[in-house]
Design a protein around this ligand. Sequence first.
Ligand SMILES: Nc1ncnc2c1ncn2[C@@H]1O[C@H](COP(=O)(O)OP(=O)(O)OP(=O)(O)O)[C@@H](O)[C@H]1O
Length: 270
Amino acid sequence: MNLPYPFYFLHLGLVDVADVLLVTVLLYQLYKLLRGSVALNVALGGLSVYLVYLLVSVLGLGLLSSILGEFMDVGVLAGIILFQQEIRRFLVNVGKVALEGGGPLGWWRRESSSDARLPLAPFVEAAKTLATQETGALICFARASDLSAYAESGDLLDAEVSKRLLLAIFQKTSPLHDGAVIIAQGRLRAARCILPVSQNPEVPAALGLRHRAALGLTEATDAIVLVVSEETGQVSLVRQGEIYRNLTPTEVKSRLGEWLHPSGLAATAT
Ligand SMILES: Nc1ncnc2c1ncn2[C@@H]1O[C@H](COP(=O)(O)OP(=O)(O)OP(=O)(O)O)[C@@H](O)[C@H]1O
């Protein structure tokens, strides 16, 4: 391909164009996989260091270039360790698409930053009843971040959401009551899920593991978590590592509506 000055020195063939397009698609897929999670910040940090390294190398700053070069040498290994969950999910998705054109885990990949079909009444009503009974509960609402790795740590259900189902799961005698329930794409996807526990030293000592797990998930992803305390019967909502405690059913409904249906869609279904 003949290019105009000042790009005439570039020899750009069809293969190069296809190469650039494929890299663009790959980077976009990676962005979709990482968006809404702290992994995206880590990836952007790594990319910034790499760009500085390239610049420093071009400018011929020997010492800085060799220091960053050492860093780059271990970068691939560090990347594999840091992103092991994301790499695993990416490969699982690629495998599913190749074999089944989507497969049973296809719903995790659907694009939706909030679930317009999700009725909120079952959650508000179940939280109210569980709070009265002082029965603990942990309910996670997936948004853009992929929660499949957390769902896979528990029992996959893929059931229709209802107040009765939520109450049955969290009853103390239920074999599914321990851990968290995950809601995604309008369905109850899994129960008994293990969440990452927040290591934030500023979390009040009065909050135990259930609340720390809710905080931990929202620090790592853009999920929203509803917590019912077994000890106090208080209902809390957690978002972006922040906890809103002791909420009334009306407050739970309006906050959930605001966060999960920002456009006001489907709130009528409640
Ligand atoms: N990492 C985790 N992921 C999911 N659920 C967890 C996790 N850690 C603890 N839990 C749930 O929290 C329960 C223990 O809650 P704990 O009493 O320590 O927390 P808490 O924040 O004080 O809550 P509560 O006010 O209900 O007592 C466990 O039985 C389990 O169901």
